[in-house]
Ligand binder design. Structure first.
Ligand code: NAD
Ligand code: UD1
Length: 346
């Protein structure tokens, strides 16, 4: 397949959690980056934080991907874009159940708008998908060709629909190459502790809740069930350091640039290939910090997956990428970031 030379990369949602870490890794690899974000779930200060880490200020445009006119104008005025990494989306499972249309609008309409705006351009495109598409897998570790299950939530459905839209669109044109990355559970923060996850309101995910409980922002953590069919009864996940995840995006862009894709649309699992239980994660956090976490076991959460971890051999082989950080690094960096937020009122 024809390759595109290294050029400017547009990062939608680039001030968000995974996006900001990816901008850093792109800059470390010599890419010029423009962030597009409407700041609905992130803070403009992140742009300066990125500059403090890399010494380079990324471009930034405040734009809502639902605004077609502005988006088309922006794409038209940036003719040097060769790659797009598309993170921008809403990501709360609970909110999506209460307000499905918000999710179809903000996650699907925006993807269609972006693809339409890029229609006549040759572009390498990376999509943020999720292991949520596998539901409760029939076998472990789960491989990319495992069945995609009926989504548990409108949020999960937007990832499945997003993948289909991209597969069909890439198949219908010579201009577009797509890599969909199915993330497992991203946790942790940059080693500088200058960027990390910034949950707005009460965190829904495990690690931010652990951190906020340990620092005293939350009274106690509830473990959602300890009677599952697992070693210690709590659920099992494939936690991946956000910096490793960020590097997988750079690897995907490089694969497309080098013209190495077998198909115009490819999918990769991005995890560590190893599962840890919720209780193991809490024990690890207590061991590395010496903090006794205030927690108790509560009822299971509706729709929770019992155990999932990924087969990551395809990414290792084809993307030449492998996660380097273990659970200790993930939790140490998340804790350093929590302390930074606390001290700096970020
Ligand atoms: P995040 O909320 O931190 O980042 C998303 C960014 O997109 C935010 O900065 C937000 O302001 C922006 N945004 C949202 N809607 C927008 C719009 N209409 N126009 C412009 N900008 C908009 O989320 P994240 O954790 O960094 O996740 C990034 C992507 O990865 C999302 O697509 C998410 O669904 C996917 N994902 C995340 C996880 C996870 O656990 N964090 C797991 C799997 C997949
Ligand atoms: C979440 C999303 C999923 C997304 C995935 C990837 C939900 C329901 N699903 O799943 O769509 O693709 O992240 O990162 O949000 N836990 C507790 N107590 C808490 C919080 C969590 O015990 O206060 C447990 C959960 O039961 C689960 C594990 O911790 O077993 C991880 O939970 P979470 O961080 O919410 O991630 P996922 O459930 O994997």
């Amino acid at each position: 397949m024809k390759a595109l030379k290294q050029g400017e990369i547009l990062v939608t949602g680039g001030t968000g959690y995974i996006g900001s870490h990816t901008v850093v890794e792109l800059q470390n690899n010599g890419y010029e980056v423009i962030i597009l974000d409407n700041l609905s779930n992130s803070n403009i200060k992140v742009v300066d934080q990125i500059k403090s880490i890399t010494g380079i200020a990324p471009g930034f445009v405040k734009l809502d991907l639902r605004d077609k006119t502005e988006l088309f104008h922006f794409i038209k005025s940036n003719p040097d874009l060769t790659g797009v990494i598309h993170f921008a989306a809403s990501k709360s499972v609970g909110e999506s159940v209460k307000n499905p249309l918000l999710y179809y609008d903000n996650n699907i309409s925006t993807l269609v708008n972006l693809l339409n705006a890029l229609k006549d351009r040759q572009v390498n495109f990376v999509f943020s998908s999720s292991c949520t598409v596998y539901g409760e897998p029939d076998f472990l570790p789960v491989t990319e060709d495992a069945a995609v299950k009926t989504a548990e939530s409108p949020y999960g459905n937007t990832k499945q629909i997003g993948e289909e839209i991209l597969r069909e669109t890439a198949g219908a044109t010579d201009n577009l190459k797509v890599v969909a990355l199915r993330y497992f559970n991203p946790v942790g923060a940059h080693s500088s502790a200058l960027i990390g996850e910034l949950p707005i309101g009460i965190p829904q995910n495990l690690v931010p809740f652990v951190m906020q409980t340990a620092i005293g922002k939350r009274k106690e953590l509830i473990i959602f069930g300890d009677n599952y069919d697992t070693t210690d009864g709590s659920c099992i996940r494939d936690f991946i350091h956000v910096v490793d995840l960020a590097k997988a995006h750079v690897a995907a862009i490089k694969r497309m640039e080098a013209g190495k894709m077998d198909l115009a649309y490819e999918v990769f699992n991005v995890g560590t290939g190893k599962g840890y239980s919720v209780i193991e994660l809490i024990n690890t956090f207590e061991n590395i910090t010496g903090i006794k976490l205030n927690y108790q076991v509560g009822p299971p959460r509706n729709g929770d997956i019992v155990k999932i971890w990924g087969d990551v051999s395809k990414a290792e082989k084809e993307l030449n990428w492998k996660a380097e950080n273990g659970l200790n690094n993930m939790l140490e960096s998340a804790w350093a970031w929590e302390n930074y937020i606390y001290k700096n009122a970020f």
